[in-house]
Design a protein around this ligand. Structure first.
Ligand SMILES: [Zn+2]
Length: 420
């Protein structure tokens, strides 16, 4: 029997080449490898508590959190990772993305997003990536799939997946048509339904204030989704469409730029989440990025002010706010969920609440809060390590130096020591 040994060294970073721990991980098939990770001296933000736990020890085994405590690493376990001076947080939960392939999914993960909530992609790439993650592929995040957006004119790609719906190519009108499209999504195993309740902001020829779908159609979409235990999230910038979606019983308003105080009150009353995706509007106002268009730059500037004011109001009213980037994480992607948490903090959320918005509250909105989104015993070991305190300055949250996905290290910038 040959048994290769893989030597893993984790630097402590204080004295340059001094290593905090050296662990041998047997990689032979006959003996079960101890794949555990032990994080010591971590400043722990668990995503739930209102204060951090300093100098915490977290043991991870078989992809899950085995224990959270204090003191020295238990003897005989796997790799010990010394986080002195660093901050251990739940992996980010990006509640609104359009990640359509594995390269982009890997990029999302390396930015810290260990869970992503899809909001419309082609050919059910989201369902496939979710299944890969659940089969143990750890270089992609876990995925909450939505399939195609339900909109009056579905994406062209939809009709190549569902040629039997050719009669809908002229548009989805009436309750029977929308119910049929929801059923097609259900048949492919999505987790949630995404509906367009207003036109888009990110294309120059559409007007984000204009409502689409009438009350009956929106109610039919929610009813058809609820029948199979799914929930609906609604893209809505304009108030009329957003209010109609809230009345119809959607679970979350995506964007919400022009939402009125009355609609916010109704959201509060009905427990509807808000995902303001502020960085997407920031991206509209800038050259390059995903929206590189002068018309969108002009549109974006006032939208950004309005969206930020709306978010501040919603927070004061006690509406549950989640964090989403609305990005594809494409190869020129220049923002991450950290940027959205910074935006939320600037809209008035205390740093700890901005962090919860991007972790435990987003996990709750995506229906995965019983297994991820916070650091608790028994939960999936989905972590990010941040270089400096995000509580002192929320902008530090963008400095992700380690990502752990289901107990496996997906990114490691901690070991900066030179190779001997
Ligand atoms: Zn979107």
């Amino acid at each position: 029997m040959t048994c290769k040994r893989l030597w893993l060294r984790i630097g402590c970073g204080i004295f340059g080449t001094i290593f905090a721990a050296i662990a041998a991980i047997p990689a032979c098939s006959q003996a079960p490898a101890d794949d555990s990770l032990v994080f010591v001296h971590a400043n722990l933000i668990d995503g739930i508590s209102s204060a951090p736990t300093l100098d915490a020890t977290v043991v991870v085994s078989e992809g899950h959190i085995e224990s959270i405590g204090h003191g020295a690493a238990p003897a005989g376990r796997g790799a010990v990772i010394d986080l002195t001076g660093h901050w251990l947080l739940p992996g980010f939960v990006d509640a609104h993305v359009h990640v359509g392939n594995l390269a982009d999914a890997r990029r999302a993960l390396r930015s810290g997003a260990t869970t992503i909530g899809e909001a419309g992609v082609d050919h059910f790439a989201d369902v496939g990536m979710r299944e890969l993650n659940h089969k143990g592929v750890v270089d992609v995040p876990d995925v909450i799939a939505a399939g195609y957006h339900i909109r009056t004119h579905p994406a062209d790609a939809y009709f190549t997946d569902f040629p039997q719906d050719a009669d809908l190519m002229g548009g989805l009108h009436g309750t029977e048509a929308v119910r049929r499209m929801v059923r097609e999504m259900v048949s492919r195993g999505v987790n949630r339904i995404k509906v367009m309740a207003t036109e888009r902001a990110g294309t120059p020829e559409t007007d984000p204030r204009i409502r689409v779908f009438n009350d009956e159609e929106l109610a039919a979409i929610v009813d058809e989704a609820n029948k199979t235990g799914l929930w609906v999230v609604a893209h809505a910038h304009g108030n009329e469409g957003a209010a109609a979606a809230v009345r119809a019983g959607v679970h979350c308003i995506e964007h919400g730029t022009y939402v009125s105080d009355d609609t916010l009150r109704l959201m509060k009353e009905k427990g509807v989440y808000l995902d303001p995706t502020i960085t997407a509007t920031v991206d509209m106002t800038d050259p390059e990025g995903e929206y590189d268009n002068p018309i969108l730059q002009m549109r974006g500037r006032p939208m950004l002010a309005t969206g930020r004011e709306m978010t501040a109001k919603a927070w004061k009213m006690g509406i549950k706010i989640v964090a989403g980037t609305d990005t594809t994480y494409f190869d020129k992607n220049n923002r991450s969920l950290a940027d959205e948490m910074i935006e939320l903090a600037e809209a008035g959320l205390p740093p700890m609440d901005a962090i919860k918005a991007g972790t435990s509250v987003s996990a709750e909105e995506l229906g995965v809060d019983k297994r991820t989104g916070s650091i608790r015993v028994g939960y999936e070991a989905d972590f990010v390590v941040i270089d400096r305190s995000p509580l002192e300055n929320i902008r530090h949250i963008g400095d992700v130096v380690m990502v752990v996905n289901n107990g496996r290290i997906a990114l490691n910038r901690l070991n900066v020591a030179a190779h001997p």
